[in-house]
Design a protein around this ligand. Structure first.
Ligand code: ZN
Length: 94
């Protein structure tokens, strides 16, 4: 996973959500040249995939490849969970 560059005030936010046990703190961060990795310990393969999907979905990224999703579902007003390429491939029914 590519670390996300953050500033020190964002670090405070991440730590406070970590203290509350929120999953939003999970991620890979880069601060002042240091990589900070917050991840769940002893996850099963399925749990890891589920988390990855959830995180990508929350960030508006394609859950399959992590590409930025730009198109919205007109019916719901939400971003699609798949990029155009994967939407055509997988989500034909949506
Ligand atoms: Zn994709």
């Amino acid at each position: 996973m590519k670390p996300k560059s953050i500033k020190s005030d964002e670090l405070t936010k991440i730590f406070s959500s970590l203290k509350k046990g929120e999953e939003s703190s999970i991620g890979s961060y880069l601060i002042k040249g240091v990589r900070l990795q917050i991840s769940k310990f002893n996850l099963s393969g399925a749990e890891r995939v589920q988390l990855l999907y959830k995180r990508r979905r929350a960030q508006g990224l394609c859950i399959v490849c992590g590409a930025k999703v730009t198109k919205k579902n007109v019916a719901t007003g939400n971003l699609y969970r798949l990029c155009e390429t994967h939407r055509k491939k997988i989500d034909k029914s949506e």
